[in-house]
Design a protein around this ligand. Structure first.
Ligand SMILES: [Zn+2]
Length: 331
Protein backbone atom coordinates (compact mmCIF):
# COMPACT_ATOMS: atom_id res chain seq x y z
CA UNK A 1 0.00 0.00 0.00
CA UNK A 2 2.88 2.31 0.77
CA UNK A 3 3.58 2.88 -2.89
CA UNK A 4 0.23 4.59 -3.43
CA UNK A 5 0.24 7.47 -1.01
CA UNK A 6 -0.14 11.15 -0.91
CA UNK A 7 3.06 13.16 -0.74
CA UNK A 8 4.14 11.79 2.58
CA UNK A 9 7.73 12.76 2.15
CA UNK A 10 8.12 16.41 1.48
CA UNK A 11 11.51 17.68 0.56
CA UNK A 12 12.90 20.59 -1.32
CA UNK A 13 15.35 20.18 -4.11
CA UNK A 14 17.59 22.08 -6.37
CA UNK A 15 17.46 19.81 -9.37
CA UNK A 16 19.42 17.89 -11.99
CA UNK A 17 20.98 20.92 -13.57
CA UNK A 18 22.62 22.32 -10.47
CA UNK A 19 26.31 21.76 -9.95
CA UNK A 20 28.13 22.40 -6.72
CA UNK A 21 31.76 22.54 -7.76
CA UNK A 22 33.03 23.72 -4.37
CA UNK A 23 33.20 20.50 -2.39
CA UNK A 24 33.82 18.39 -5.43
CA UNK A 25 36.83 20.49 -6.36
CA UNK A 26 38.00 20.26 -2.77
CA UNK A 27 37.71 16.48 -2.79
CA UNK A 28 39.40 16.21 -6.17
CA UNK A 29 42.21 18.51 -5.11
CA UNK A 30 42.76 16.49 -1.93
CA UNK A 31 43.13 13.38 -4.04
CA UNK A 32 45.49 15.03 -6.50
CA UNK A 33 47.72 16.44 -3.81
CA UNK A 34 47.77 13.05 -2.15
CA UNK A 35 46.95 14.71 1.15
CA UNK A 36 44.84 11.77 2.22
CA UNK A 37 47.32 9.55 4.05
CA UNK A 38 46.97 5.88 3.21
CA UNK A 39 46.17 4.82 6.76
CA UNK A 40 43.55 7.52 7.17
CA UNK A 41 42.06 6.54 3.82
CA UNK A 42 41.85 2.91 4.88
CA UNK A 43 40.25 3.88 8.18
CA UNK A 44 37.74 6.08 6.38
CA UNK A 45 36.92 3.33 3.91
CA UNK A 46 36.69 0.95 6.86
CA UNK A 47 34.17 3.25 8.47
CA UNK A 48 32.16 3.18 5.23
CA UNK A 49 32.31 -0.59 5.13
CA UNK A 50 31.55 -0.99 8.80
CA UNK A 51 34.98 -2.08 10.00
CA UNK A 52 38.53 -1.04 9.35
CA UNK A 53 39.54 -4.69 9.17
CA UNK A 54 37.40 -5.08 6.08
CA UNK A 55 39.28 -2.31 4.31
CA UNK A 56 42.70 -3.68 5.17
CA UNK A 57 41.63 -7.19 4.27
CA UNK A 58 41.04 -5.88 0.75
CA UNK A 59 44.79 -5.41 0.36
CA UNK A 60 45.51 -9.03 1.22
CA UNK A 61 45.73 -11.61 -1.58
CA UNK A 62 42.50 -13.51 -2.14
CA UNK A 63 40.41 -11.02 -0.14
CA UNK A 64 37.14 -9.49 -1.27
CA UNK A 65 37.46 -6.99 -4.13
CA UNK A 66 36.63 -3.42 -3.14
CA UNK A 67 33.87 -2.07 -5.38
CA UNK A 68 32.27 1.37 -5.43
CA UNK A 69 28.84 1.91 -6.97
CA UNK A 70 27.62 5.46 -7.35
CA UNK A 71 23.99 4.32 -6.90
CA UNK A 72 22.79 1.57 -4.59
CA UNK A 73 20.82 -0.39 -7.22
CA UNK A 74 24.05 -0.92 -9.16
CA UNK A 75 25.74 -1.80 -5.87
CA UNK A 76 23.02 -4.39 -5.28
CA UNK A 77 23.64 -5.98 -8.68
CA UNK A 78 27.39 -6.14 -7.94
CA UNK A 79 26.62 -7.87 -4.62
CA UNK A 80 24.27 -10.34 -6.26
CA UNK A 81 26.97 -11.26 -8.79
CA UNK A 82 30.07 -10.96 -6.62
CA UNK A 83 28.63 -12.50 -3.47
CA UNK A 84 31.23 -13.01 -0.74
CA UNK A 85 34.07 -12.02 -3.07
CA UNK A 86 33.17 -8.33 -3.26
CA UNK A 87 33.04 -5.53 -0.72
CA UNK A 88 30.58 -2.99 -2.11
CA UNK A 89 30.26 0.64 -1.09
CA UNK A 90 27.21 2.38 -2.56
CA UNK A 91 27.39 6.16 -2.48
CA UNK A 92 23.76 7.13 -3.12
CA UNK A 93 21.66 4.91 -0.89
CA UNK A 94 19.10 7.04 0.96
CA UNK A 95 15.63 6.92 -0.64
CA UNK A 96 14.57 9.89 1.51
CA UNK A 97 17.05 12.20 -0.18
CA UNK A 98 17.08 13.70 -3.63
CA UNK A 99 20.07 12.21 -5.49
CA UNK A 100 20.29 15.32 -7.62
CA UNK A 101 21.30 17.29 -4.53
CA UNK A 102 24.23 15.00 -3.80
CA UNK A 103 27.61 16.59 -3.26
CA UNK A 104 30.76 14.52 -3.56
CA UNK A 105 32.91 14.74 -0.46
CA UNK A 106 36.49 13.78 0.36
CA UNK A 107 34.98 10.58 1.81
CA UNK A 108 33.61 9.70 -1.63
CA UNK A 109 37.01 10.38 -3.16
CA UNK A 110 38.80 8.16 -0.65
CA UNK A 111 36.46 5.22 -1.26
CA UNK A 112 37.25 5.48 -4.96
CA UNK A 113 41.00 5.24 -4.38
CA UNK A 114 40.71 1.61 -3.27
CA UNK A 115 38.12 0.44 -5.73
CA UNK A 116 39.01 -2.31 -8.20
CA UNK A 117 35.63 -1.88 -9.88
CA UNK A 118 33.56 1.29 -10.14
CA UNK A 119 29.99 1.29 -11.44
CA UNK A 120 28.01 4.43 -12.14
CA UNK A 121 25.04 5.60 -14.17
CA UNK A 122 26.45 8.29 -16.46
CA UNK A 123 24.23 10.39 -18.78
CA UNK A 124 24.97 13.33 -16.47
CA UNK A 125 23.10 11.79 -13.53
CA UNK A 126 26.27 11.56 -11.44
CA UNK A 127 28.74 13.99 -13.05
CA UNK A 128 30.69 14.14 -9.78
CA UNK A 129 31.79 10.56 -10.45
CA UNK A 130 33.60 11.30 -13.72
CA UNK A 131 35.37 14.23 -12.11
CA UNK A 132 36.48 12.26 -9.07
CA UNK A 133 37.70 9.41 -11.25
CA UNK A 134 39.69 11.81 -13.42
CA UNK A 135 41.32 13.17 -10.27
CA UNK A 136 41.92 9.73 -8.77
CA UNK A 137 44.54 8.71 -11.32
CA UNK A 138 46.72 7.07 -8.73
CA UNK A 139 48.80 3.93 -9.08
CA UNK A 140 45.72 1.81 -8.47
CA UNK A 141 43.83 3.26 -11.45
CA UNK A 142 45.52 0.87 -13.88
CA UNK A 143 43.85 -1.96 -11.96
CA UNK A 144 40.47 -0.30 -11.79
CA UNK A 145 37.65 -1.41 -14.08
CA UNK A 146 34.84 1.05 -14.75
CA UNK A 147 31.31 0.16 -15.84
CA UNK A 148 29.09 3.02 -17.02
CA UNK A 149 25.45 2.03 -17.49
CA UNK A 150 24.76 4.82 -20.00
CA UNK A 151 27.58 3.65 -22.28
CA UNK A 152 26.20 0.11 -22.28
CA UNK A 153 22.76 1.19 -23.48
CA UNK A 154 23.83 4.03 -25.78
CA UNK A 155 22.59 6.96 -23.68
CA UNK A 156 24.30 10.29 -23.18
CA UNK A 157 23.96 13.62 -21.40
CA UNK A 158 20.62 15.16 -22.27
CA UNK A 159 18.80 11.79 -22.43
CA UNK A 160 16.48 10.77 -19.59
CA UNK A 161 19.11 9.61 -17.07
CA UNK A 162 16.87 7.23 -15.05
CA UNK A 163 18.27 4.27 -16.98
CA UNK A 164 17.69 1.59 -14.32
CA UNK A 165 13.96 1.82 -15.04
CA UNK A 166 14.63 0.57 -18.56
CA UNK A 167 14.29 -3.24 -18.51
CA UNK A 168 17.23 -3.44 -20.94
CA UNK A 169 19.72 -1.73 -18.64
CA UNK A 170 20.30 -4.13 -15.75
CA UNK A 171 21.01 -7.20 -17.91
CA UNK A 172 23.70 -5.16 -19.70
CA UNK A 173 25.14 -3.85 -16.42
CA UNK A 174 25.12 -7.34 -14.89
CA UNK A 175 26.99 -8.82 -17.86
CA UNK A 176 29.61 -6.07 -17.72
CA UNK A 177 30.00 -6.43 -13.95
CA UNK A 178 30.38 -10.21 -14.22
CA UNK A 179 33.02 -9.81 -16.93
CA UNK A 180 34.92 -7.20 -14.90
CA UNK A 181 34.88 -9.33 -11.75
CA UNK A 182 36.00 -12.38 -13.70
CA UNK A 183 38.92 -10.42 -15.14
CA UNK A 184 39.93 -8.96 -11.76
CA UNK A 185 39.56 -12.26 -9.94
CA UNK A 186 39.88 -15.17 -12.41
CA UNK A 187 39.92 -17.72 -9.57
CA UNK A 188 36.21 -17.12 -9.00
CA UNK A 189 35.13 -16.58 -12.59
CA UNK A 190 32.86 -19.63 -12.54
CA UNK A 191 31.06 -18.23 -9.48
CA UNK A 192 30.50 -14.89 -11.21
CA UNK A 193 29.27 -16.66 -14.35
CA UNK A 194 26.80 -18.73 -12.34
CA UNK A 195 25.58 -15.72 -10.35
CA UNK A 196 25.13 -13.78 -13.58
CA UNK A 197 22.96 -16.56 -15.00
CA UNK A 198 20.89 -16.62 -11.79
CA UNK A 199 20.54 -12.84 -11.83
CA UNK A 200 19.42 -12.76 -15.46
CA UNK A 201 16.76 -15.40 -14.88
CA UNK A 202 15.59 -13.59 -11.72
CA UNK A 203 14.63 -10.65 -13.94
CA UNK A 204 12.06 -12.77 -15.78
CA UNK A 205 9.14 -11.98 -13.41
CA UNK A 206 9.78 -8.28 -14.10
CA UNK A 207 9.72 -8.83 -17.87
CA UNK A 208 6.59 -10.98 -17.50
CA UNK A 209 4.87 -8.27 -15.47
CA UNK A 210 5.80 -5.62 -18.04
CA UNK A 211 4.42 -7.84 -20.82
CA UNK A 212 1.18 -8.45 -18.89
CA UNK A 213 0.69 -4.74 -18.21
CA UNK A 214 1.44 -4.00 -21.84
CA UNK A 215 -1.16 -6.48 -23.00
CA UNK A 216 -3.79 -4.89 -20.78
CA UNK A 217 -2.94 -1.18 -20.76
CA UNK A 218 -0.93 -0.31 -23.87
CA UNK A 219 -1.87 3.17 -25.08
CA UNK A 220 -3.54 4.21 -21.81
CA UNK A 221 -2.82 7.86 -20.94
CA UNK A 222 -0.82 8.56 -17.78
CA UNK A 223 1.16 11.52 -16.56
CA UNK A 224 4.10 12.14 -14.24
CA UNK A 225 5.68 15.06 -12.43
CA UNK A 226 9.16 13.85 -13.47
CA UNK A 227 10.57 11.39 -16.00
CA UNK A 228 11.92 9.01 -13.34
CA UNK A 229 9.59 6.13 -14.41
CA UNK A 230 9.74 7.12 -18.10
CA UNK A 231 11.60 4.13 -19.54
CA UNK A 232 9.38 1.64 -17.69
CA UNK A 233 6.29 3.48 -18.88
CA UNK A 234 7.63 3.27 -22.45
CA UNK A 235 8.31 -0.45 -22.04
CA UNK A 236 4.68 -0.96 -20.98
CA UNK A 237 3.53 1.21 -23.87
CA UNK A 238 1.66 3.76 -21.77
CA UNK A 239 0.88 7.09 -23.39
CA UNK A 240 2.99 9.37 -21.19
CA UNK A 241 1.71 12.93 -21.28
CA UNK A 242 3.16 16.31 -20.24
CA UNK A 243 6.78 15.51 -21.09
CA UNK A 244 7.85 19.16 -21.27
CA UNK A 245 6.53 19.73 -17.75
CA UNK A 246 8.49 16.68 -16.56
CA UNK A 247 11.76 17.83 -18.07
CA UNK A 248 11.29 21.26 -16.51
CA UNK A 249 10.77 19.70 -13.06
CA UNK A 250 13.79 17.46 -13.48
CA UNK A 251 16.02 20.32 -14.60
CA UNK A 252 14.62 22.70 -12.01
CA UNK A 253 13.59 25.17 -14.65
CA UNK A 254 10.16 26.74 -14.65
CA UNK A 255 7.43 24.93 -16.54
CA UNK A 256 5.53 27.29 -18.84
CA UNK A 257 2.09 28.50 -17.80
CA UNK A 258 0.51 26.61 -20.68
CA UNK A 259 2.33 23.36 -19.74
CA UNK A 260 1.13 23.72 -16.14
CA UNK A 261 -2.41 24.42 -17.33
CA UNK A 262 -2.35 21.36 -19.62
CA UNK A 263 -1.17 19.19 -16.72
CA UNK A 264 -3.92 20.46 -14.44
CA UNK A 265 -6.54 19.93 -17.15
CA UNK A 266 -5.40 16.32 -17.58
CA UNK A 267 -6.01 15.75 -13.87
CA UNK A 268 -9.22 17.78 -13.43
CA UNK A 269 -10.85 16.24 -16.49
CA UNK A 270 -9.45 12.82 -15.65
CA UNK A 271 -7.80 12.48 -19.03
CA UNK A 272 -5.09 10.32 -17.41
CA UNK A 273 -5.41 7.05 -15.53
CA UNK A 274 -2.55 7.59 -13.08
CA UNK A 275 -0.31 10.38 -11.80
CA UNK A 276 3.23 9.08 -11.23
CA UNK A 277 5.38 11.16 -8.94
CA UNK A 278 8.89 10.97 -7.57
CA UNK A 279 8.65 10.82 -3.78
CA UNK A 280 12.29 11.92 -3.56
CA UNK A 281 11.57 15.23 -5.24
CA UNK A 282 8.30 16.77 -4.17
CA UNK A 283 8.56 20.53 -4.43
CA UNK A 284 5.62 22.93 -4.43
CA UNK A 285 4.41 22.29 -7.97
CA UNK A 286 4.48 18.51 -7.49
CA UNK A 287 2.51 18.82 -4.26
CA UNK A 288 0.01 21.02 -6.05
CA UNK A 289 -0.50 18.40 -8.76
CA UNK A 290 -0.89 15.69 -6.13
CA UNK A 291 -3.60 17.78 -4.48
CA UNK A 292 -5.48 18.19 -7.76
CA UNK A 293 -5.14 14.47 -8.49
CA UNK A 294 -6.60 13.67 -5.09
CA UNK A 295 -9.57 16.03 -5.59
CA UNK A 296 -10.16 14.61 -9.05
CA UNK A 297 -9.77 11.01 -7.85
CA UNK A 298 -6.88 10.26 -10.18
CA UNK A 299 -4.75 7.57 -8.45
CA UNK A 300 -1.21 8.69 -7.55
CA UNK A 301 1.71 6.28 -7.76
CA UNK A 302 4.83 7.08 -5.77
CA UNK A 303 8.14 5.89 -7.22
CA UNK A 304 11.66 6.38 -5.89
CA UNK A 305 14.93 6.97 -7.68
CA UNK A 306 16.98 5.20 -5.03
CA UNK A 307 16.47 1.57 -4.01
CA UNK A 308 14.78 1.37 -0.59
CA UNK A 309 16.42 -0.56 2.27
CA UNK A 310 15.39 -4.15 2.82
CA UNK A 311 14.56 -5.08 -0.77
CA UNK A 312 16.70 -6.08 -3.70
CA UNK A 313 16.50 -4.54 -7.16
CA UNK A 314 14.08 -7.16 -8.45
CA UNK A 315 11.70 -6.80 -5.47
CA UNK A 316 11.82 -3.02 -5.75
CA UNK A 317 10.86 -3.05 -9.43
CA UNK A 318 8.17 -5.70 -8.97
CA UNK A 319 6.68 -3.79 -6.03
CA UNK A 320 6.37 -0.65 -8.11
CA UNK A 321 4.89 -2.56 -11.05
CA UNK A 322 2.32 -4.16 -8.71
CA UNK A 323 1.42 -0.71 -7.36
CA UNK A 324 1.08 0.58 -10.92
CA UNK A 325 -1.21 -2.36 -11.79
CA UNK A 326 -3.42 -1.50 -8.80
CA UNK A 327 -3.53 2.18 -9.74
CA UNK A 328 -4.39 1.38 -13.37
CA UNK A 329 -7.14 -1.00 -12.23
CA UNK A 330 -8.95 1.79 -10.34
CA UNK A 331 -11.88 3.35 -12.08
ZN1 LIG B 1 15.81 12.13 -11.15
Amino acid sequence: MSAITSAARISTRIGHAVRRPGRLAQAAAALKRGVVPAVAACLALGALLGSSAAAHAADAPGAALPVVAAENFYGDVVKQIGGAYVNVTSILSNPDQDPHLFEASPKTARALQHARLVVYNGADYDPWMTKLLAAASSSSSSQRAIVVAADLVGKKAGDNPHLWYDPRTMPAVARAVSAALGAADPAHKSVYDANLAAFLSSLKPIDDKVAALRAQYKGQPVTATEPVFGYMSDAIGLDMRNLRFQMATMNDTEASASDIAAFERDLRERRVRVLIYNSQATEALTRRMLGIAQQSKVPALSVTETQPAGVNFQQWMLGQLDALAKALAQK
